[in-house]
Design a protein around this ligand. Structure first.
Ligand code: HEC
Ligand code: HEC
Length: 412
């Protein structure tokens, strides 16, 4: 759910976002060592349930320029998986060199966003695919052309057959979208140093990074950037305290953000709070790409979201903390870096890793280490049902093959 601002209260904007926090979170502010209380940030699950045939197909489609009108642009053109899952540009450059309107977010962990796009106009990863594929400035395709091109390919008919054995029409718009979405759901980045620390490895962070996390909570960054994705679960106005857009000037339609979807005044300049998971690798930042470095983005947050000064030292510590959030990329054998160490821990913890089954709660995967309570609340579902911070609420972990592993209580 979005945090909807029914009646604008310009005098106390931060209060609105704080109000939605559970009491548990508020109480946990200030506890810096894991194990003390449920933390407002959850680890990225070690595994996610995906259909491997669809992932294999989706990976190929994601990298295939034939999805664009003139066979030059693939999803990977703007979402480079070897470089953070984005394109490193201020705004993306699409088909025939056409400039985009906003900065490309990463696709890593996008399955954990409650909505897709800066303004949240797509509800699911499936729905999202229609956007770039048909956009005049991105891929400029039409679906019948794409389906025809894929039918003519040597391998696709077989790959679709494997992924969709029961469908009468194997290569269809719906199946293409679903396979790409399934591939993206596999793009999780578990085992970051921060997650190791959350799971009880106190040596995983150095003093500056721990301090950075404490400050991230103390200054209130965590009221907006929270949950497994450290973002991606609410909309917030950019410029809640100081007016960013007046200062920057040249307001574009894209700057109106969520307002373009809802038409509500209160949603003007509201954006999906971006995930900070991969922020170490996705410069430049902000929807308009205006922040060149992570430090610039953090400065902007202090100025426009918090309206307060902070010593350099604090900001540097926060930047150091954010850099510990990026994890490892699992499900792309041969393409993504998986450390031998991580592979070993998977083997050790999960036994045979043939077909991933279910979003695993690490606390059921059998190491003897003491775990912080945060782990027991690790019920992070993909695509829209994440409610990491409500107390005492039942949520079901979503499962593509119709198996639910809930109900589990979240956010104690
Ligand atoms: C020309 C560059 C470009 C291409 C090609 C492109 N994207 Fe994107 N992608 C973007 C930009 C820019 C955004 C942000 C747009 C917005 O929010 O309005 C985006 C947003 C997304 C998001 C939402 C992420 C989030 O956090 O909200 C996903 C998922 C995504 N793209 C996947 C894809 C897939 C799948 C394809 C191929 C079918 C694709 N993209 C093709 C540039 C591109
Ligand atoms: C009131 C909600 C709110 C608070 C508080 C907040 N942020 Fe943000 N943050 C946002 C929104 C919304 C954006 C996207 C703004 C945009 O791009 O227009 C954002 C963007 C960012 C980005 C850029 C991410 C990217 O990929 O472009 C970083 C980094 C960031 N915030 C860090 C922080 C830090 C550090 C703090 C505390 C000092 C903080 N935020 C406080 C809502 C918030």
């Amino acid at each position: 759910m979005s945090i909807k601002r029914k009646t604008p209260k310009p005098d106390r904007p931060l209060y609105r976002s704080l109000r939605v926090l559970s009491l548990g979170l508020v109480l946990s502010l200030g506890f810096t060592e894991p194990g003390a209380r449920a933390e407002p940030i959850k680890p990225v699950p070690i595994m996610v349930e995906v259909n491997e045939a669809k992932v294999a197909l989706g990976r190929r489609l994601f990298h295939d320029p034939r999805l664009s009108k003139n066979n030059t642009v693939s999803c990977a053109t703007c979402h480079d998986l070897s470089a953070g899952g984005d394109d490193g540009q201020v705004v993306s450059i699409g088909i025939e060199g056409r400039p985009g309107l906003v900065n490309a977010p990463t696709v890593f962990n996008s399955g954990y966003n409650f909505k897709q796009f800066w303004d949240g106009r797509a509800h699911t990863l499936e729905e999202q695919v229609d956007g770039p594929l048909q956009s005049r400035i991105e891929m400029e395709s039409i679906w019948p052309d794409v389906v025809t091109k894929l039918f003519q390919d040597e391998d696709y008919p077989r790959l679709f057959q494997e992924a969709y054995p029961n469908d009468a029409q194997i290569i269809s718009r719906e199946n293409i979208k679903e396979a790409i979405a399934e591939f993206q759901r596999s793009l999780i980045t578990p085992n970051s140093r921060f997650d190791q620390w959350l799971r009880g490895n106190v040596g995983a962070l150095n003093e500056q990074e721990k301090e950075g996390y404490a400050l991230f909570k103390r200054y209130g960054c965590v009221s907006c950037h929270q949950g497994a994705n450290v973002g991606g679960n609410m909309f917030q106005v950019f410029g809640v305290i100081n007016d960013y857009f007046r200062k920057r000037g040249n307001i574009t339609d894209a700057d109106l953000g969520r307002f373009n979807v809802t038409g509500n005044e209160a949603d003007k300049h509201a954006f999906k709070v971006p995930s900070l998971r991969m922020a170490a690798h996705t410069a430049p930042y902000l929807h308009d790409g205006s922040a060149e470095t992570l430090r610039d983005a953090v400065d902007a947050m202090f100025e426009f979201q918090l309206g307060r000064e902070a010593p350099d030292e604090d900001k540097e510590a926060i930047v150091a903390f954010i850099k510990t959030l990026a994890g490892e990329y699992q499900f792309d054998p041969g393409q993504g870096p998986i450390s031998a160490e991580f592979q070993e821990s998977l083997n050790g913890n999960l036994g045979q890793r043939a077909a991933p089954t279910g979003i695993q709660d690490i606390s059921t995967t059998g190491t003897s280490q003491e775990r912080p309570p945060a782990d027991r609340a690790e019920t992070v579902s993909q695509n829209g049902s994440t409610r990491p911070l409500r107390t005492g609420r039942s949520v079901r972990t979503r499962s593509k093959v119709g198996r639910a592993t809930g109900p589990v209580r979240s956010g104690r």
